[in-house]
Design a protein around this ligand. Structure first.
Ligand code: NAI
Length: 306
């Protein structure tokens, strides 16, 4: 039996869809019947330069398979150009139903060496870009009483990683943005969810591998195909997910995850209140058993991708 097309009649915008995970999103969404705005600045992993080629190539690939798509090469990291990305959907297809904030760059550096420019560049694309594109679409969503956002977050923010203070802060900021959108728009039936992907893309290809052990680990990561992330994004934009909002999912090859969200772990109470010394003597010993170690993503996801 042919599989049902889950996005028939919908118009979706995918940012950063000229390569990697976003390209597979655009393909899968078109295969599921969506008309797709393939947005990509065509920039390097570090966010330097631009090229209209990647977005147009993906549009050509989708059209060759009988799908419907249009290229947009505006940047997400500026309010005016983010508005042009959303306008493209309205101008060409007359509506908008889904927004996927996927565009991203990296400027990894240990915190003690990170420049202001490296900080700002990453915050601009990931956090400000996700706000700009989401904000540009929201009034259409609110007026029509429907719409769905998917934002890409990362276990570098949810758990931690070396040398990514800018990226981790932006990706955790996106968690807050998504939850806030979900809360503010619930009464308009507009939904917002996050995906933390694990995928072998050019972005991961920038991870340095000096030792044989690191090289072996990177080899194993290559089974995390970018196309494996797409079914979750298609689902989250579809009407099948109409009661799913404010959640954080993970996708790694054939594994799906639902992430926890912060809740108090332990509470201590002291009649008459706390002094610094009482915190040292009583509160911290009571809480210490629940402290988190300085884990990185790979310490928590310690098994090979399945
Ligand atoms: P990628 O580098 O292959 O794709 C990112 C795309 O975004 C590129 O085509 C780039 O040209 C585009 N882009 C960059 N700045 C832009 C801007 N200002 N406006 C419009 N487009 C812009 O990377 P990948 O791996 O496909 O990443 C996709 C998303 O998934 C990113 O948000 C990334 O942070 C996130 N992610 C990826 C992980 C992975 O394992 N690959 C892990 C965790 C998160």
């Amino acid at each position: 039996m042919a599989q049902a097309k889950m996005l028939e009649g919908k118009v979706v915008v995918v940012t950063g869809a000229g390569g990697g995970i976003g390209r597979d999103f655009a393909h899968a969404m078109a295969e599921h019947g969506a008309k797709v705005v393939v947005n990509d600045l065509g920039t390097s992993v570090a966010g330097e330069g631009k090229d209209v080629g990647p977005a147009q190539r993906v549009v050509d690939e989708i059209k060759a398979k009988g799908g419907t798509a249009v290229a947009s090469t505006d940047s997400v990291s500026d309010w005016e150009s983010a508005n042009r990305i959303i306008s493209c959907a309205l101008d060409v297809y007359g509506r908008i139903d889904g927004v996927v904030n996927n565009a991203g760059i990296l400027r990894d550096r240990f915190f003690f060496k990170m420049s202001v420019e490296e900080w700002k560049a990453v915050i601009d694309v990931h956090l400000n870009g996700s706000f700009f594109v989401s904000r540009a679409a929201v009034n259409y969503f609110r007026d029509q009483g429907s719409g769905a956002y998917v934002h890409m977050t990362s276990t570098s923010g949810l758990i931690g990683n070396f040398g990514q203070a800018n990226y981790a802060a932006a990706k955790l900021g996106i968690i807050g943005l998504s939850k806030s959108i979900a809360l503010d728009l619930a009464k308009y039936h507009v939904r917002s969810n996050c995906i933390a992907p694990f995928a072998w893309s050019r972005m991961i290809g920038t991870i340095p591998a000096d030792s044989d052990e690191q090289k072996a680990r990177l080899e194993k990561l290559k089974v995390m195909e970018t196309a494996k992330i797409a079914p979750m994004a298609v689902y989250l934009l579809s009407d099948a997910a109409k009661d799913v909002t404010g959640q954080i999912f993970g996708v790694r090859a054939n594994e799906l995850f639902l992430f926890s969200q912060n809740r108090p772990l332990r509470s201590v109470h002291r009649a008459g209140g706390w002094t610094p010394q009482a915190i040292a003597d009583q509160a911290i010993p009571a809480m210490r058993a629940h402290f988190y170690p300085l884990d990185r993503s790979q310490d928590v996801f310690s098994w090979d991708p399945i």
